[in-house]
Ligand binder design. Structure first.
Ligand code: IVH
Length: 680
């Protein structure tokens, strides 16, 4: 087998493997490889595709993110009207619904119901045509919605191609898992944006974003709950869902066929009981008449189908008492009041704390010490206080006042500009240091699992660690001096810290907690800079220009990176980390996706722009740059006064010679670039 044939086979194998891993991760929620292993396979595929663009498959996972951010989403008419469901909160009304169904059908007919979870996200219409993921819209006003196909393509649980070539029009709910929302919210908090109150807002907000590259990082998942061509596939709704699942399409897989109200009630109770265990939010159940023939007889009213109803679970609430209000200081110095509650069971967990956000929030709700309060968990990760029972007060309970000095280091607190939050401005505040080290060690950053918060507290309190670089100087000896630290644990901690040196540069950037630079931004920044060494090499003007060119980086982010890089303290920290060999091993892969993804361009001759600027444009459009024409070069961008040797070399390797004008058309996506051919 030639080298080229081997590459072709490997590409096919990788596409299949990655697809299978996507399915395991996003549909079965049961991955068999780590994120890093996945990334390695993905990179290998990307590299092979760049070398052999002619073998890039249309359903390659690398083809999920393409195109440029848009300035607006266009509106498209739905394939068929997206009506919503009548809903109820009571089982009595559910029985009434069943009676209405039975009356509406010929007397004596047997009715089966399909009970399934009502997922709480954003609803979408998805079209497969000719076996290809071909269209998608948000619900909009029910008649038409926004065209979000580019965003849907980034959802890795949705196959880009399926074997069944018949047209399929699907309804699905796009959701975010609770655990993924936590990461997104941390990111938002760092960027100074308000966190999403619940996974539903996060999912619908993400679906409508203008830049698919950012959507791709949100880990959205789609679950199909209705197939419009159902009747031509199978006689029942449940069988249709089962069928589309065999095509690799994601269904929630939690539907139950019930023969009577007793079975329905049992299934409903079971769903409610298991609710907290699902990784996504469900806000109720949907009960559907299972047979399409019966659905057709029942028809629909102006607003709702008569064959289905949503049974909603009420938001879970509990009553408890505020025993105390404490103030926590985070790694950014922000002071957050937290209610210490009498422990109470709620939605499957015991709750003993509720965030009170800030002083304004406490005042609005008028929460006082000792108050009886109602807390609620309705999709939010942290329970919220929703109301105060002022009637239950005896006398005039004490009001809570925010401290004027940091409760940890006693520095006077400050208010920054328009912000509501009070902050401790002392960078040496032990709470700030502990928070920063904890953040550094988190799973999504440097992933030092041996470094729990309790240990970090000890390390900082004993003066062994003052910043994240100090971690790399810890020895088994110094650690063993700590209370309750056995030799073996000390060795584990030291080796876990040493192992973190291998983390990629983007994780290091995340871990540093640069203001406004969260996980997603850190990844983009790392891709721009490639390595810690190169990053340190940026002077202020370079930092500003490079950062300004990154998609989605606004003035605050640019300012923050430039300030970080020029601050002598943070530079010294970076230099120490570099000296310890942190993030040296793996330069970051340039993973920008764009109109030139998978294409390698060589630039020659005199052009209207500076050579470096042209190189940058190529990279920004997802292409790679080479100084010499070689095997795998897809385009030779030839300016004026180009020597014949270059163009001959290009012809020899099958690269296409293009003018600056043609290059502009390719780069901007006006003409599709692929496999070295210009397609109009
Ligand atoms: S069936 C004609 N099934 O709830 C089909 N809807 O008001 C009507 N939803 O906007 C919808 N899970 O986005 C159906 N298993 C499920 C669902 C579901 C969530 C959403 C859907 C719709 C709303 C109904």
């Amino acid at each position: 087998m030639s080298k080229a044939q081997a590459a072709n086979l490997r590409i096919q194998q990788l596409v299949q493997e990655l697809r299978a891993h996507d399915y395991r991760y996003y549909v079965l929620d049961d991955p068999t490889i780590s994120d890093q292993q996945y990334d390695a396979l993905y990179r290998e595929l990307g590299e092979l595709e760049r070398e052999h663009p002619q073998w890039r498959l249309p359903d390659s996972p690398t083809a999920r993110v393409g195109g440029k951010p848009r300035s607006a989403l266009r509106t498209l008419k739905h394939h068929s009207r997206m009506i919503s469901l009548d809903n109820t909160y009571s089982q009595t009304e559910l029985l009434e619904f069943m009676r209405r169904v039975e009356q509406g059908l010929h007397s004596g007919s047997e009715v089966e119901y399909c009970l399934e979870p009502k997922l709480d996200g954003g609803s979408v219409e998805i079209l497969y045509r000719d076996g290809q993921l071909a269209g998608g819209t948000t619900r909009g006003d029910g008649e038409s919605g926004e065209d979000i196909i580019d965003n849907l393509r980034t959802i890795r649980s949705l196959p880009l191609t399926i074997e069944d070539k018949r047209p399929l029009t699907l309804r699905a709910e796009v959701v975010i898992y609770r655990r993924d929302l936590e990461a997104i919210n941390e990111e938002r908090a760092e960027q100074g944006e308000a966190p999403f109150a619940n996974p539903r807002n996060a999912a619908s907000g993400s679906l409508r974003m203008l830049d698919p590259r950012i959507v791709a990082k949100r880990r959205l998942r789609a679950f199909i709950y209705q197939v419009l061509e159902g009747p031509s596939i199978a006689p029942t709704h449940a069988a249709t869902l089962d069928y589309v699942a065999t095509l690799g399409l994601p269904t929630h897989g939690k539907h139950r066929v019930c023969k009577d109200s007793k079975e329905l009630e049992a299934a409903l109770n079971e769903l409610n009981a298991l609710r907290a265990e699902y990784p996504y939010e469900i806000d109720g159940a949907v009960v559907k008449v299972n047979a399409f023939a019966q659905q057709q007889i029942l028809g629909e009213t102006a607003k709702f189908p008569r064959w289905a109803i949503a049974y909603k679970f009420g938001a879970e609430r509990a009553e408890t008492r505020v025993m105390d209000i404490i103030v926590q200081v985070g790694r950014t110095g922000a002071l957050t009041p937290v209610a210490v509650l009498e422990p109470v069971p709620l939605a499957g967990t015991t709750v003993s704390r509720a965030s009170l956000h800030n002083a304004d929030h406490i005042e609005t709700l008028d929460i006082r010490l000792g108050d009886r309060v109602v807390i609620e968990k309705a999709g939010e990760i942290i329970p919220q206080v929703v109301s105060v029972d002022t009637q239950a007060r005896s006398g005039e309970p004490r009001r809570f006042v925010m401290p004027t000095r940091c409760p940890v280091c006693d520095t006077p607190v400050e208010k920054r500009g328009e912000e509501v939050a009070l902050r401790c401005p002392n960078p040496a505040c032990p709470a700030v240091i502990k928070g920063a080290i904890f953040h550094f060690s988190r799973r999504f950053a440097m992933d030092i699992d041996q470094l729990g918060f309790v240990l970090i507290e000890q390390l900082v309190d004993q003066g062994l660690v003052r910043d994240v670089a100090d971690l790399y100087e810890l020895s088994v000896e110094s650690l063993s001096k700590l209370e309750r630290m056995a030799d073996k644990s000390a060795r584990n901690v030291v080796s876990a810290i040493a192992a973190s040196k291998e983390r990629t540069f983007d994780r290091l950037l995340t871990g540093l907690g640069i203001e406004h630079i969260g996980q997603v931004a850190a990844k983009q920044l790392a891709e721009e800079a490639h390595s810690l060494e190169a990053f340190l090499g940026w002077d202020e003007p370079t930092a500003r220009t490079r950062v300004a060119g990154i998609a989605g980086f606004g003035p605050k982010m640019i300012e923050s990176v430039a300030a970080y890089l020029t601050d002598h303290k943070s530079r010294a920290l970076l230099q120490r980390l570099q000296a310890f060999g942190v993030s040296r091993a793996q330069p970051v892969h340039v993973g920008v996706e764009g109109p030139l993804s998978g294409n390698s361009v060589c630039v020659t001759g005199v052009l209207s722009k500076k050579r470096e600027d042209v190189h940058e444009l190529i990279r920004q459009a997802g292409g790679t740059v080479h100084d010499k024409v070689k095997q795998g070069t897809t385009y030779l961008l030839a300016g004026e006064k180009v020597g014949k040797a270059k163009t001959d070399a290009a012809k020899k390797v099958g690269a296409q010679v293009i003018t600056e004008e043609q290059f502009e058309a390719l780069r901007s996506g006006r003409v599709v670039a692929s496999a070295g051919t210009l397609k109009k």
